[in-house]
Design a protein around this ligand. Sequence first.
Ligand code: SAH
Ligand code: SF4
Length: 384
Amino acid sequence: MPTVLREPINLLGLGTAELAELVGTWGGKPFRAKQLQRWIYQRGVDSFGDMTDLAREFREQLARHCTVKALDVATEQRSSDGTRKWLFDVGKNNAIETVFIPEDDRGTLCISSQAGCTVGCPFCSTGYQGFNRNLTTAEIIGQLWYAKRELEADVQSARLDDTAASSTRVISNVVMMGMGEPLLNYDRVLGALRLMLDDNAYGLSRRRVTVSTSGVVPMMDRLGRDCPVALAVSLHAPTDALRDKLVPLNRKHPLSELLAACNRYLEHAPRDFITFEYIMLDGINDADEQARGLVEIAKQVRCKFNLIPFNSFPQSGLKCSPPARVRLFAQRLLDAGVVTTVRKTRGDDIAAACGQLAGDVKDRTRIRERLPNQGTIVINEERE
Ligand code: SAH
Ligand code: SF4
């Protein structure tokens, strides 16, 4: 670790060991790294001068060489129902989005892992944008760091000091369902997940952190070994012929491989289940035949289904299944004993939907014109 630095080191995103090594270069003991982590992540402090239980000399070293910096916010929107959305600038006129979805018993933050996505699913506006770049660990965890600070500042200013508000964390769950395919940016996402779980950082239980993947089989195996958080798999079709079209990655990792990987994953999380996400596309994947196919899949993997009404956009040429069809499809699964939920839509006034996030700042106005009144998807995760 260099001791003479031109660019300040961003402490955001450094793991406990890396931070301990850095602190060690100034003769600091490893527990100093933990103290520092608690200041940064739990108290959201970015000014070293305010870290009052650290020795003055240490604070001065930190101020000389380091910084705590999340991405810059380009815009912020608030829905009347409490949903919040931040657009973060990732440079070169690209942006990523982060969405906070409050519910009665939880607060879910939906974060992005890449600017754009290479998988190119035809129903996803992120896929339509192509791929710009992977986010760094600092940029991924920085979304949580920033959102937590903002939300807690709001709670404080509203003087919400009743027991319920003060005993519940503002952000209780994190889902990697924003822009990008998290398992195609594995190492950086893993760094961020570890910080989410680390007791000196966010201390979330692994079941309150969900990674959503379109099915990057080798990386599902690695995640199972490294950090078996809750896993959501974007299934969308019960056969290879259909899934090849809806999730192009299926041509590389077909269903049989994907389902086997799900079962291997569950070996690392024996009491868990896989959440299969299934987007409802009118006339494409919403017939009884597909429902029967899903029932067969549910016999092979311990799972639940989350049906997602498609948020349409003209470019896609696709339509959402009518509500009655979604209900009937869900009923077919429920009748066969498969646990099934349907995602609700809300936050109509700020046009935010996980998986439908469009980040190009320059193109933003045009995208919003194309997507009038799209609602925010409410994540119906299993309650914990
Ligand atoms: N790349 C990962 C995670 C991000 S997408 C994945 O595909 O799982 C998160 C979820 O949003 C996925 O289940 C995806 O299928 C869904 N999604 C994408 N586009 C959507 C749209 N237009 N309407 C509704 N859900 C969408
Ligand atoms: Fe990428 Fe997921 Fe969108 Fe597919 S649905 S293009 S994998 S972000």
